[in-house]
Design a binder for this molecule. Structure first.
Ligand code: ZN
Length: 245
């Protein structure tokens, strides 16, 4: 076999692609989010004391599992081997300031414990095959807690069932790239004609999550669909007491 100029060119191209792929991978540093919360901040505070600061979440536990490993502040493994990425939030990457504090916080609530998950219905896996979900501990939304504690920044990637801006606290960091998503944009992006996140009943004056059995029992001719809760409220609909939309 003789090596032609064409072969050499092909090898060169493959090498260039390989080298650039490696350099892209090693240069990845997340969004660059950091915070200066000390890693030991929550060490001597009981879990229940922290949980008590938060309202019960409206998210539903759809599945449970024991967390066997916490990778960082926004990623964990279940004993089934399933890798879970906390949806709507982003914590500092390994080696970056704040990484350990955020990881410690998630470990405190999850490691070797049975946790609840509300999996994102709009997109249940990310491009790495990780399950996108809200983690629920003691009836509280851990994703929301990470944001409110300043341990995570918002990472809103539509389509998503969840809207992390609703979980944010006054000190929550919102990256520039996500500032463009406003309430209005969220509404139009999920709008799709006769379907929506909420079903209102023009007869009863109540509105439901589209997953609520009472909402689903609404007669077709009485149905009004909303993609946005505020829109339903502003039109005078009252939230269903069963599904708490
Ligand atoms: Zn309902």
């Amino acid at each position: 076999m003789t090596i032609t100029k064409k072969d050499i060119l092909l090898i060169l191209i493959i090498l260039i692609i390989a080298i650039s792929a490696v350099s892209v991978a090693s240069a990845y540093s997340g969004t660059g989010f950091t915070h200066d919360i000390p890693f030991s901040k929550y060490r001597d505070v009981s879990n229940s004391k922290i949980l008590n600061r938060y309202n019960d979440t409206e998210c539903h536990v759809e599945k449970t599992g024991v967390c066997t490993q916490v990778v960082d502040g926004d990623t964990l493994y279940l004993e089934s081997g399933e890798k879970v990425r906390l949806v709507g939030v982003n914590t500092p990457e390994r080696g970056v300031e704040g990484y350990i504090a955020s990881k410690n916080f998630l470990q405190k609530f999850c490691l070797n414990k049975k946790i609840g998950l509300d999996v994102d219905k709009a997109k249940n896996k990310d491009k790495y095959g990780r399950t996108l979900a809200v983690v629920i501990v003691g009836g509280k939304n851990v994703n929301e807690m990470l944001l409110k504690e300043g341990l995570a920044e918002i990472m809103y990637i539509p389509p998503s069932e969840f809207y992390p801006y609703n979980w944010a606290g006054p000190s929550t960091h919102i990256p520039d790239s996500y500032k463009t998503y406003t309430h209005t944009q969220k509404d139009t992006s999920s709008s799709s004609g006769s379907s929506g996140k909420y079903i209102a009943n023009s007869n009863s004056g109540k509105f439901h999550k589209s997953t609520c059995t009472w909402g689903q029992k609404t007669a077709e001719h009485n149905r009004v669909y909303f993609t946005n809760r505020d829109a339903a409220i502003s039109q005078g609909y009252i939230p269903c007491k069963m599904c708490n939309p």
